[in-house]
Design a protein around this ligand. Structure first.
Ligand code: F6P
Length: 522
C-alpha cells in the first residue's frame, strides 16, 4: 500500500475548515472557558501523562473537522504502513521502523522479506552485556584500569538524541562521566580531550553512514591523541562504533566485535532507540535504557490504536496544523519546566525541522501552502526572564507546549510548588491576558492613578495566546520515552497531512558539497 498522495488544501475537509476558521477566528479562549466542562472536554490521559489542550483557539467542531481531514488524507492507513514496515521513505527507498526498536510484541516485521525482530533483540542483548561490563568495571582499559569516561563522537541524530537523553536522565546516572563531541570546530574536541585520561576513556563513534566529515575528523583527532600514549593494539579496548557501514568502520581500525550495528530503516534523527543510544545505556544502565524504550512503546501503541479525537500525538499535530495553516503562525515554542530537559528544544529542532522542512510534495511538486513549523524554546522559569515578553505581548502568534512534572526528583517541594505555579501562571496569562479595565483598576488601587493615562496600553495583555500542557507524574525513563515518541508521532502525522516525505533530508546536502569545494580550493 502506498501513502495517499493528495494536496490537503484541495480536500473537502480543508474547505470546511476554511469556512469554520472564518466563523471562529475571533473567538476567545476566555469565552470558551465559560463552559464549565471546557477543561475536561479538551483533555486526554494516557496513564501518567495528561494533556490539557483546552487553552487553544478551537472548539469541538474544530477538532471534529481536523479529524475529518486526517481521515480524508488517509492517516490511519499511513500509520499502519509505517508500523508494518512499508517503504514510506520513498525517496530513499526505505522503511521507517524506529517503532520496531522498542516493540515488545512477537509480531514479525519484515524488511526485504526478513523478520527484523531477532536482529533488534540481538542488538539489545549486546548493548546490555557491553554496558554492564563497562559500568561494573570489568571492562578494562589498556593499562588495566576500569573506564571512568565515555565520549560519544557523532553529530545530528548521532549526537542530539543521546546527549538530550543523558542530560534529561542525569538523576539516574551512574559513576561514569559522559561527554559529547560533535562540532567540526576543533576547539570543541580540544576542550573535551583536556578532561580525559586515555587509560580510562571509552570512545563511542556514532555515525550511521560513517562518512560524516565532523564525526570522522573528530574521531581521527581523538585517535591520534590516544596513540600518543597507547598503541594501535590498545584500540579495541577504547574504541567502539555504531554504524551501518561496516567497511568504513573496519578501515578506521575498529574490529568487528566492537561494532554495534544499526540499519538503514532507522533514520538518524529517530535513532536513539537503536545502538545509537549506547552512551545512554552506559550512562544510566541498561534497565533504565530499556525503560525509556518501554515508555516509547506505550505511546506507539496508543498512537497506532486510539481514535484520532482521543489520540494525543494526532490531536497535538492537528492543533499545530490549525495554527500553522489557518492562523499563519510561523513558530512553536517548547517550554519544559524541568532543568533536566534543557536540551529537548535543540533535539526537537532536528527531529521536527529536518523532517518536515520540505517545500515539495509527494508528487514532486512545489508546495503552495505552509509546511514545517519552526520550533524553539527553553526551560522554565529561566525563559520567563528572557523571551517570554515577546510571547505575551509581541505581534506574533506563538503556540506553546508547556511540559511539566507533578513531582520533582529531589523532593524540594517548596521549589517545585513555585515552579509549577509559574507554569500555570504563564499559561493563564497567555490565554486570558489582562484587560484595560483590569489594568485601570490595578493602577488606581496601587496609588498610581496619575500613571493611568501614560501606562495603561503598555500594561494590557490581550491574551488569547494558545498553549498545551503536557503533564507527567514524574520525570522517569518511561515518561521521557513517552514524551519523545509523542513528538515523533506528531512529526509523522503532520508530514502525512502536508503530503510531504518526512524521512529524507536532501536539504542538508548542498551546503556539505559546497563546503568540500571550498576545502579543496583552500
Ligand atoms: O547532515 C544531516 C545528517 O545526515 C542527519 O540526518 C544525521 O543525523 C547526521 O547528518 C549524522 O549522520 P551520520 O550518523 O551518518 O554521521
Amino acid at each position: 500500500m502506498f501513502l495517499k498522495n493528495s494536496n490537503p488544501t484541495k480536500t473537502i475537509s480543508w474547505q470546511k475548515l476554511t469556512n469554520h476558521f472564518h466563523n471562529i477566528q475571533n473567538d476567545t479562549i476566555k469565552e470558551y472557558y465559560k463552559d464549565p466542562n471546557r477543561k475536561s472536554d479538551f483533555s486526554l490521559q494516557l496513564n501518567d501523562l495528561s494533556v490539557d489542550f483546552s487553552k487553544n483557539r478551537i472548539n469541538k467542531e474544530t477538532v471534529q473537522l481536523l479529524v475529518e481531514l486526517a481521515k480524508e488524507v488517509g492517516l490511519k492507513e499511513a500509520i499502519e504502513s509505517q508500523f508494518s514496515g512499508e517503504i514510506i521513505n520513498v525517496t530513499e527507498n526505505r522503511a521507517v521502523l524506529h517503532t520496531a526498536l522498542r516493540s515488545n510484541s512477537d509480531e514479525p516485521i519484515l524488511v526485504d522479506e526478513k523478520n527484523i525482530k531477532p536482529q533488534i533483540q540481538a542488538s539489545l542483548k549486546k548493548i546490555k552485556s557491553f554496558s554492564s561490563k563497562v559500568i561494573t568495571g570489568k571492562w578494562k582499559g589498556y593499562s588495566g584500569k576500569s573506564i571512568t569516561d565515555i565520549v560519544n563522537i557523532g553529530i545530528g541524530g548521532s549526537d542530539l538524541g543521546p546527549d538530550m537523553i543523558v542530560e534529561s536522565l542525569k538523576f539516574y546516572k551512574n559513576q561514569l562521566n559522559t561527554h559529547f563531541v560533535s562540532n567540526i570546530d576543533g576547539d570543541h574536541v580540544s576542550e573535551i580531550i583536556k578532561k580525559l585520561n586515555p587509560e580510562t576513556t571509552l570512545f563511542v563513534i556514532v555515525s550511521k553512514t560513517f562518512t560524516t566529515q565532523e564525526t570522522l575528523s573528530n574521531a581521527e583527532t581523538i585517535k591520534n591523541w590516544f596513540l600518543k600514549s597507547a598503541t594501535i593494539f590498545d584500540i579495541p579496548k577504547h574504541f567502539v562504533a555504531v554504524s551501518t557501514n561496516l567497511q568504513a568502520v573496519d578501515n578506521f581500525g575498529i574490529s568487528i566485535e566492537n561494532v554495534f550495528t544499526m540499519w538503514d530503516w532507522v533514520g538518524g534523527r529517530f535513532s536513539l532507540w537503536s545502538a545509537v543510544g549506547l552512551s545512554i545505556s552506559l550512562s544510566v544502565g541498561f534497565e533504565n535504557y530499556k525503560a525509556l524504550l518501554d515508555g516509547a512503546e506505550e505511546m506507539d501503541i496508543h498512537f497506532r490504536n486510539e481514535d484520532f479525537d482521543k489520540n494525543i500525538p494526532v490531536v497535538l499535530a492537528l492543533i499545530s496544523i490549525w495554527y500553522n495553516n489557518f492562523y499563519n503562525a510561523e513558530t512553536e515554542a517548547v517550554l519544559p519546566y524541568s532543568q533536566y530537559l534543557s536540551k529537548l528544544p535543540a533535539y526537537l529542532q532536528q527531529a521536527i525541522m529536518e523532517s518536515n522542512g520540505k517545500g515539495v510534495d509527494r508528487n514532486g511538486e512545489k508546495i503552495e501552502y505552509q509546511t514545517g513549523t519552526i520550533v524553539w524554546g527553553s526551560t522554565g522559569t529561566n525563559m520567563q526572564h528572557a523571551f517570554m515578553q515577546l510571547v505575551h505581548q509581541g505581534t506574533k502568534l506563538i503556540p506553546a507546549d508547556f511540559i511539566g512534572f507533578k513531582e520533582s526528583l529531589y523532593g524540594l517541594t517548596d521549589h517545585h510548588k513555585k515552579l509549577m505555579a509559574n507554569l500555570y501562571g504563564q499559561m493563564d496569562a497567555l490565554a486570558f491576558g489582562k484587560t484595560a479595565e483590569e489594568v485601570h483598576l490595578e493602577l488606581k488601587f496601587s496609588g498610581k492613578e496619575d500613571k493611568i493615562a501614560t501606562l495603561l496600553p503598555f500594561k494590557v495583555f490581550e491574551g488569547n495566546r494558545p498553549s498545551n500542557l503536557l503533564l507527567f507524574d514524574k520525570l522517569t525513563p518511561e515518561s521521557l520515552g513517552k514524551l519523545v515518541a509523542l513528538y515523533e508521532h506528531k512529526i509523522f502525522t503532520q508530514g502525512i497531512l502536508w503530503n510531504i516525505y518526512s524521512y529524507d533530508q536532501f536539504g542538508v546536502e548542498l551546503g556539505k558539497e559546497l563546503a568540500n569545494k571550498f576545502l579543496k580550493n583552500q
